[in-house]
Each structure stands twice: as structure tokens, then as C-alpha cells.
Ligand binder design. Sequence first.
Ligand code: SAH
Ligand code: SF4
Length: 386
Amino acid sequence: MTMTPNSSTQPKTDLLALTLPQLQQWLKERGEAPFRAKQLFNWLYRQLENDFSAMSNLPLSLRERLAEEACIGPTIIRSELHSKDDRTRKILLELSDGKLVESVLMLYPPIGDSSSRATVCVSSQAGCAYGCTFCATGQMGFDRHLSAGEIVAQVLFFARELRKEPWTAAGLPGTAAIDHITNIVLMGMGEPLHNYTNVLQALRILNSSDGFNLGARHMTVSTVGLVPAIRKLSQENLQVNLAISLHAPTDELRSQTMPVNRKYPLSELMAACKDYIASTRRQVTFEYVLLSGVNDTMEYGQKLAELLAPLKQFAHVNCIPVNVTTASYQTPGPDAIRAFRNILFEHGISNSVRAERGDDIAAACGQLRTRFENSRKKTELPVVTP
Ligand code: SAH
Ligand code: SF4
């Protein structure tokens, strides 16, 4: 539970960090009726209200008490950027201790029979301890875990924005506007399985049918490959999607770009994925950042196909042309990407390529904070409070 100091130095409770039973308990401890918890949940997650005084069916005394003793997540937005096509929006959220994290909203127009999607890419930590060489967050080092409330708040920020102003894809008149979040992916700053307890708590809060009611199948946890945590997740009975940041098919190459591989080498990681599939019967996505001339050669494509072959139809590869954050790496051209994917197709490995988006707003995780912190050294940006 996150505590933030208030004027009377008594720490405030962040309500976004509490499940419904925990909120009931919290009210009970204060002599309030536990049934108020459902009303509060409704205000927080259905009405998307962030002002206690507007919660009209709560007694005035309770509203005043809540304003005194509780808060509704962090609310200071240090910077908000929209891409030129407005399909990618990125915020820099300031936490109570001044740490900065990034969250991104990605809007997708309808394709075929499927309707529009609004996906929030959520941060789970300030910084990251794993130091992958192509990742801007990895280069910052680790600051701290985010609380469940700080994770939930990122989703609610964009949910409120879309509720206020639903989005329709430009050039697609007549298509229904989208006014709610359809998916969340834990692919922002940080390693979600390093912050296992708070991440699971946030997912359960967002999943609650009394509140935000986002289906677990619409949530994706992306991990650098923390083997014990992957094994634990398989036992949670939560239907979330698992994505593994693979990025190399041999230990030698993977250890060069992803130091975590020295601790959890590919044999252990693949065994954990195999067991995960056996116990959940769910497909696993393998993310593969394409680094031109480093891991996208025909030889590595072949090795990747061989590595994943035993998982059969339960493996899907998502090829991600690297978003350049350091001079050391380059994005492959379209021909190289096509050739790499063809090798996978030839071996019957299902795969897709992530469309680049939001390049004009520094969309790769960690880039905005890095840019912001560099610019802050020169001038302070204005604070925007919703
Ligand atoms: N720590 C988790 C989740 C956050 S990173 C993980 O590593 O999976 C989310 C995804 O973005 C990961 O697949 C990561 O490898 C990828 N990524 C990191 N830096 C990138 C970059 N510069 N370009 C493209 N993808 C990047
Ligand atoms: Fe951390 Fe993921 Fe970036 Fe690696 S890719 S440094 S695990 S955030």
C-alpha cells in the first residue's frame, strides 16, 4: 500500500492500491460501513472520478474523511506528447517522491471484423535493474518498484482521457469512436516480474468485475526471462498473456545484449516456457528486437526457429525493429525484416512484426524520461495536473 504524506504528516492511503476486500477492511477499521467500498469502487473505476467531493452518494462526512486520509494515485503529469497522427500518446508521470515514469497509449483503428483497440503500455518500476544494452530504461539503472496504485493510476489516466474525448481513426469516418481502454501491456519502464507482488495486485484490481473489469486475456506481462517468477505466474490461475523478451537464440549472443542470460540461460528459460504452456495451455509470445547485423542474420533466424520448434503452435514471435536509443544499434531495412520472417514461416513458426509508431515522440521505453531529464538540466517544464 502506498503512503504519501499529508499536511498533518499522517501518511495518506492510495485507494488505487487496494482490492475491494482490502478497501472494505480499510473502511471497517475506521468505523465506516463496508458496503461503501463497492460504491467507492464504482466511483473510482466506472465513473473514473478522481475527486472525493464529487462522490455524491457518499455521506459528506465520509467524503471529507477520504480527502483527509486517502488519495487516488499520483496525478502530476510532467509532460504529455501526442504523435502527429494522434495514435500514440505518451505521458511522464511524477510519483510522490519525484521519480518519473512513462506510460503510453496506443490507438488502433478497426481491422476487418475486429473493433478499435486502445492499449496502455504501463511501467512497473522506476528504472530497471537488468541493463539490456539496447534499452534506454536499462541504461538508467534501478530506482525502485512502483506500488500497485502507481501502476493502476497510469491506466486510469488514459481511461479518463478517452472517456472525456473518445477517439475515432482519422480517415475512417463512420467507424465507432472508442471511449475505453481495451488492453494493457506491461512493456513500459521496468521488469514486471521483478516487482511481482505489486504487479499481480494491480492486475487483480484492474480485473475486478466490481471495478475496471478488464479481462485478464486483455493483459500482457512482458518479462526479460526471470525463470522462478515465470514458474510462479503459471500457478496463479490468472489468464494473462505472457511475453518473453528473447532477442537472441544462443546463450553467447543473448548474454552479450541481455546480462540476465548469465543467471537464467536459454535452457532454463525454455524449460520454464514449456512448463508454462503445459500448465496454462496458453500461447507464449517471444519478443525479438531486431538489431541490424547483430541478431537478424539468416543464421540466427535458423537458430531461432530451431529453438522454438519444440513449442509448436504455442510459440509466436513478435519481431520488433529496434527503436534506436544508442549509436551502437541500427534498425534493419524492410528486406532484412522480410527475409528473417520468411525463415520463421518456412519452419512453421507463427510471427508478426510490430509496426513502428510514435517515433516523433520518443516512444521506446525510457526515451522520453531520458530526453526530459536532459532538457530539465536547462529549463523546468510546466506541471500539468488533470
Ligand atoms: N522488462 C520487460 C518489459 C519492459 S521492456 C521486458 O524486457 O520484457 C518491453 C519490451 O520492449 C521488451 O521486449 C524490450 O526488450 C523492448 N525494448 C527495449 N528497448 C527497446 C528498443 N530500443 N527498441 C525496441 N524495443 C525495445
Ligand atoms: Fe529492463 Fe526490459 Fe529494458 Fe531489459 S528491456 S533493461 S528488462 S526494461
